[in-house]
Write a protein that binds this ligand. Structure first.
Ligand SMILES: [Fe+2]
Ligand SMILES: [Fe+2]
Length: 262
């Protein structure tokens, strides 16, 4: 699916949840495993919006489309965090955006791109940085769609499942943006292909790594994808379709490194 910024701008709205009956969480509360995963997802969503300011100083924002996308993308992610925090609050778990923001500032903005900073980022410039950023974003957004759909199916809850499906629907447009942008940069440069291959196969880690404890990353990825090698393969196939990235198995490899069974 190609990405249409104008259409995205016209139709971007905070995810709707007011019509869902959150009182059902009283009669059908979520189990501890699910709440732990939701807490993680909520933090990750909030973190996204905390570093917009910093993303805007990278070469990516000067690219046509990217600056405009990022503003609305961050707003959508912020509202995903808000919606999930409402679900958690119904279970006595309070997530405070300002606290998450304070933590983010301590970590530095690169938490979002994980260990990329220490490895190659400082040596990248211009187009190559943008290519890495876009493919990295595509992998994160693809896994977000899969995670929300999995949790929606696993819980089959009258309020949670429709909410997660709505969030996943918005994430698919984020996937479209990042893959469209990534594809263009990869098509244009074999150097970009080489760098992206290297970074994605050696450095990429599931979203949330670097900002959450590894035990939490392992829990969430195991809870959602453990024993589901088929889901991992589906994700890998999407990245393999990008120019020059055939044969990459970033999801399988990253999950295996975490100790999540396929
Ligand atoms: Fe999100
Ligand atoms: Fe997203």
């Amino acid at each position: 699916m190609a990405f249409d910024l104008e259409q995205f701008a016209q139709t971007s709205v905070p995810v709707k949840y007011e019509d869902l009956d959150f009182d059902t969480f009283e009669s059908q509360p979520l189990d501890a495993q699910t709440l732990r995963s939701l807490r993680y997802m909520c933090d990750v969503e909030y973190h996204t919006s905390c570093f917009l300011r910093d993303l805007l100083v990278t070469p990516s924002h000067r690219e046509e489309d990217a600056g405009g996308f990022m503003t609305m993308w961050n707003r959508e992610e912020f509202w995903h965090g808000e919606a999930l925090s409402m679900v958690l609050a119904r279970h006595g778990i309070i997530v405070d955006y300002d606290e998450v923001k304070a933590k983010r500032e301590k970590l530095g903005w690169m938490g979002a791109l994980g260990p990329l900073k220490q490895s190659v980022l400082t040596n990248l410039a211009g187009t190559d940085f943008v290519a890495v950023h876009m493919v990295w974003g595509a992998a994160n957004e693809l896994s977000a769609v899969a995670a929300y759909r999995r949790l929606s199916a696993m819980t089959d809850h009258p309020a949670l499942s429709p909410l997660l499906k709505r969030i996943a629907q918005q994430e698919t447009r984020h996937v479209a943006f990042y893959t469209t942008q990534g594809r263009e940069r990869l098509e244009a440069s074999q150097t970009a292909q080489k760098i992206v291959r290297m970074v994605m196969s050696r450095v990429w880690k599931p979203v949330g790594s670097g900002m959450m404890d590894e035990s939490e990353v392992r829990h969430v990825m195991g809870h959602l994808f453990g024993g589901h090698g088929d889901e991992m393969d589906k994700l890998d196939k999407r990245i393999q379709k990008l120019p020059g990235l055939d044969g990459l198995t970033i999801f399988r490899s990253a999950f295996a490194r975490l100790g999540v069974p396929a």
